[in-house]
Write a protein that binds this ligand. Structure first.
Ligand code: PLP
Length: 407
């Protein structure tokens, strides 16, 4: 008799986006004349940058001729892309990362979900609340938690991100082994300073822990004082793995390309207490379970670093940041306290009421869709998330409607 992995039975069904869709559909049926404006989703809405499209086309043409056709590529990614990443995203910012420490993949979702496989099932995991749900669910699947009770899984250390700590969690008071951090944060839009990241790096070094740093929204940082990478912090090479993605900076959510940085100094320990480098383990996993991102997609990603690509990406991110500015300004004028919106496409708004009531109110009175904060964890109750990934026109209309509905 085949038995299942019962850890899957512990997972809480994610009703968040289906519940949102149901409520929107019901509203739309009752109000067919209202065009609903969606500021709920985290998906981008604008086309790929022209430089990426050209590189993509050219690479497809190469695939169309026997003389330039490419079959399986290196699982870790083509050297042209790994070198461009190391040079532009890290070395240019003074972070010592080499091309062979970069693993190109088809998404930060898969990588942040898969990385936990390398570590023991009894590793103590620290996860922020609210959180991008992938970190949590993949640890539940792997059996690192108990049951779900009172809005939380037993056996995890939750790192509360609240108004009081400016949505940057404090160091845990109990020892932990693996720490998930995400800055700029989804869903709170908060960012971490160099000093704050340094305290996490120091903690990890002192406790033989490892930080999993998700920087998928790095391109939205416009405050020069903020670090873009955890490797801008001294000592981070020993204790941090970083995840990046072309999804949000270059609109690759449907094209799929991302990468993970595993420095050669990153260590974990075997049961005898001997150090084991993480890099060869991730390399082994990646080569065994993944067969590389397609050549045209890697060429399109490489174009992100060309002169035109860089300019176009700045413009694209700037477009969404203008929306984020507008949302934050108007929400502030309405008297709500909020976080994010300045170095992030997300605005995290404290509604001082149940997240779903807030959601229903915005939908019914303004025809605007948000994401209820409770869907991201216990600490998200009372909040909603608005996203800047829409057109200027729609964001202006949405904010005018919200203002009218609330005044
Ligand atoms: N990490 C965070 C924090 C995200 O919000 C998202 C997507 O919304 C991802 C990773 C996924 O990125 P990708 O499209 O590269 O899988």
């Amino acid at each position: 008799m085949l038995k299942i992995n019962e850890n899957y039975l512990k997972l809480q069904a994610s009703y968040l986006f289906s519940d949102i869709a149901k409520r929107v559909a019901a509203f739309q049926e009752a109000n067919p004349a209202t065009d609903v404006i969606k500021l709920g989703i985290g998906d981008v809405t604008k086309a790929l940058p022209a430089a990426c499209v050209t590189a993509f086309h050219d690479a497809v043409d190469e695939m169309a001729a026997d003389s330039s056709f490419r079959g399986y590529g290196p699982e870790q990614g083509y050297p042209f892309l790994r070198e461009a990443i190391a040079k532009n995203d890290f070395q240019a910012r003074g972070a010592e990362i080499e091309a062979d420490e970069i693993f190109v993949s088809d998404g930060a979702k898969c990588d942040t979900g898969n990385i936990q496989e390398l570590f023991s099932v009894d590793a103590q995991i620290a996860i922020p609340d609210p959180v991008y749900p992938v970190y949590l669910d993949t640890n539940v699947m792997a059996g690192r938690t108990g049951i779900f009770a009172d809005g939380r899984y037993e056996g995890l250390v939750y790192l509360d991100s609240t108004k009081e700590n400016n949505y940057v969690p404090e160091l845990p008071t109990e020892p932990v082994d693996l720490i998930y951090l995400c800055f700029p944060n989804n869903p709170t839009g908060s960012t971490a300073t160099k000093e704050q990241l340094k305290s996490w790096v120091d903690y990890a070094r002192e406790n033989k822990a490892l930080i999993l740093f998700d920087a998928a929204y790095e391109a939205f940082i416009r405050d020069d004082a903020l670090p873009h990478s955890i490797y801008e912090i001294d000592g981070a090479r020993e204790v941090a793995i970083e995840f990046r993605s072309f999804s949000k900076n270059a609109g690759f959510t449907g094209t799929r390309c991302a990468y993970t940085v595993v420095p050669k100094e990153c260590m974990a320990y075997d049961s005898s207490g001997n150090k084991q480098a993480v890099h060869p383990l991730w390399n082994r996993r990646h080569c065994t379970k993944f067969n590389g991102v397609s050549y045209p997609v890697q060429r399109a990603a490489e174009a992100v670093y060309s002169r035109q690509g860089r300019e176009q990406i700045k413009e694209l991110v700037g477009y969404y940041l203008t929306n984020a500015d507008l949302i934050a300004r108007e929400i502030g004028k309405l008297g709500f306290s909020y976080a994010g919106g300045d170095n992030s496409p997300y605005i995290w708004i404290f509604g001082n009421q149940d997240s779903w009531e807030f959601f229903d109110m915005l939908l019914n009175k303004a025809g605007v869709v948000c994401t209820p904060g409770a869907g991201f964890g216990k600490c998200g109750q009372g909040y909603i998330r608005l996203s800047a990934f829409n057109s200027h026109e729609n964001v202006e209309r949405a904010m005018a409607r919200i203002k009218k509905a609330l005044s």
